[in-house]
Design a protein. Structure first.
Length: 82
């Protein structure tokens, strides 16, 4: 009886391990194809406005006098461009 139980346990363990292994394989393929290929856009660097301190994506702000600003108005307000 105990042998039968161990035998069944072994079968289940093998089945379960194969299932896990196969799923990992599929996941690895799909992630390497789907996510890496689709995610060309890297997370943008957020920078703090020198004047008001708000966090703005680097591409939306501007750099003036070596400092980062959220808008031309703030660059002017900080007296960097006048
Ligand atoms: Zn600002």
């Amino acid at each position: 009886m105990q042998k039968l139980f161990l035998f069944l346990l072994g079968l289940v363990a093998i089945w379960y391990a194969r299932r896990l292994w196969r799923r990992q394989d599929v996941d690895g393929q799909s992630s390497s194809r789907g996510e890496d290929g689709g995610r060309d856009v890297s997370p943008e660097t957020m920078r703090e406005c020198f004047h008001c301190g708000v966090l703005v994506p680097e591409s939306e702000g501007l750099i003036s006098g070596g400092e980062f600003f959220c808008s031309p108005e703030h660059a002017r307000a900080a007296g960097r461009t006048s």
